[in-house]
Every structure is written in C-alpha cells, then in structure tokens.
Design a protein around this ligand. Structure first.
Ligand SMILES: Nc1ncnc2c1ncn2[C@@H]1O[C@H](COP(=O)(O)OP(=O)(O)O)[C@@H](O)[C@H]1O
Ligand SMILES: Nc1ccn([C@@H]2O[C@H](COP(=O)(O)O)[C@@H](O)[C@H]2O)c(=O)n1
Length: 211
C-alpha cells in the first residue's frame, strides 16, 4: 500500500507568482510525481446566470469558490482515487463544459489565492506556502496578464482591482500569511526558495520510499 500523497498549499495574492512558483517546482520532478490542483478551477459554476450578472461576482471572496467539491476531490486523491477536475474559463466567468480526468500522484500542489483561508483545506496540507509580492508589482503583472490572456480591457482590470481584488486581498488573503510555514518573496524567480521547496519534497519522497 502506497503512502498518502503529500499535500502542499501555495497561497498568495493575485499576480504574486503562485503559478510560476508551482511550475518551477514541478519542473524539478518527473511528470509522474506532482499533480497541480488550481483552486481557480473550482470557482462556483455560474452557467445558469446571464453573462452580465457574472460580471458582478466578487471573484476574490471566499464564497465565490466551491470548496466543498475541492475538498471532496482532495480526499479522493489522498485515497489514491482519480477525479474529474473542472476547467474554468475566465473569458466567460464560469466553468467550461469539459473536465480533466486526473490520476492521483505522490505530491499534490493545491494553488490559489484563498487555499489558506478555509481551515478544512489547511488541515489537509503537509506544507503551507505563501507567495508574498508587493501590491504594485502584482497589479502590473495582473494588468499585463488579464489584458493578454483573459480577454479584459484596461478599465475593467482597474475597476475590478479597486472594487473587489484589493479590498478582498486585505480582508481575506493577506491575513492567511500567518498560517504559512514558508513565505516566498517575489514568487517565480526566487530560485533559492524553489530549491528549498524541491529539496524538502525530495526528502519526503525518499523517506516514504525507505518505509
Ligand atoms: N518574478 C517575476 N518577475 C516578473 N514577472 C513575473 C514574476 N513572477 C511571475 N511573473 C509574471 O506575472 C504574471 C502573474 O504570475 P503568476 O505566476 O501567474 O501569478 P499568480 O498565479 O499568483 O496569479 C505572469 O504573467 C508571470 O509570467
Ligand atoms: N471570472 C473570474 C475569475 C477569477 N478572476 C480573478 O482571478 C484571480 C485569481 O487568479 P490568479 O491566477 O491571479 O491567482 C482573482 O484575483 C480573481 O479576481 C477574474 O478576474 N475573473
């Protein structure tokens, strides 16, 4: 019987570099070792709402996420069962029709702005990481990314930042830093922190193999 997979939570503000850190860690291992679960893919389905109404949702509020489904999937993966991971489409603000069938792996990285906000998720994590990047850098990165990749206008990104992203960051995301075991400044290009994370994962996997 194999050990339970190791669960690593990677939280941090939007544009802090969570995805980049996660990708850099994954690149140090074979494709078979790490499964990434993006909390964003578990935004509540809004297909029943007209597009205009979906624009009013605060996507930085804990209630925007279907954490019940996310927790169910993490439990399944911990029990070495495969799951159908939803796929999220930022351009239409809801889940897409497709799902991705994913197999459990020895390491699960759960990445998202609010993964350290729900104690039920925190309880499932072996290592908790917070990627900490200054707000000015995060908004610049977000502007570039949302206009290029998520089909947004300059005005809409600024308006959403001021009305939802910034206040929710201060209220819900920033306070979760206190739960982190490791705080990574600047994100994606902090290779010292990424090396440390990779070594820690290697140690855990080696210990599990020795048993
Ligand atoms: N250290 C960095 N320096 C410059 N750009 C970065 C850095 N880390 C991430 N980025 C860029 O910023 C954007 C947001 O990074 P990403 O890793 O997707 O953040 P998050 O997942 O936290 O929203 C991406 O376009 C990424 O390429
Ligand atoms: N329909 C949506 C859903 C989410 N967002 C924003 O995505 C951010 C989280 O993703 P990161 O990769 O930046 O961590 C979050 O701040 C939401 O505002 C959105 O704009 N539209």
């Amino acid at each position: 019987m194999k050990d339970k997979p190791v669960v690593i939570g990677v939280a941090g503000g939007s544009g802090s570099g969570k995805t980049s850190v996660t990708r850099s860690i994954c690149n140090r291992f074979s494709d078979k070792t790490i499964l990434v679960i993006e909390q964003d893919y578990y935004y509540k389905d809004q297909s029943h709402l007209p597009f205009e109404e979906r624009l009013n949702t605060n996507y930085d509020h804990p209630l925007a996420f279907d954490n019940d489904l996310l927790i169910e999937h993490i439990h399944d993966l911990l029990n070495r069962k495969s799951v159908n991971k939803p796929v999220y489409d930022y351009k239409i603000h809801t889940r897409s029709e497709e799902v991705i069938h994913v197999q459990p792996k020895d390491v699960i990285i759960l990445e998202g702005i609010l993964v350290l906000e729900d104690p039920r998720l925190v309880d499932l994590m072996d290592i908790k990481v917070f990627v900490d990047t200054d707000a000015d850098l995060r908004i610049i990165r977000r502007l570039q990314r949302d206009i290029k990749d998520r089909g947004r206008s300059l005005d809409s990104v600024i308006d959403q930042y001021l009305t939802a992203v910034r206040p929710s960051h201060l209220q819900f995301i920033e306070p979760t830093k206190r739960y982190a075991d490791i705080i990574i400044p600047e994100g994606g290009e902090n290779y010292v922190a990424i090396d440390i994370m990779a070594s820690k994962i290697e140690n855990i996997l080696a210990k599990n193999t020795e048993k």
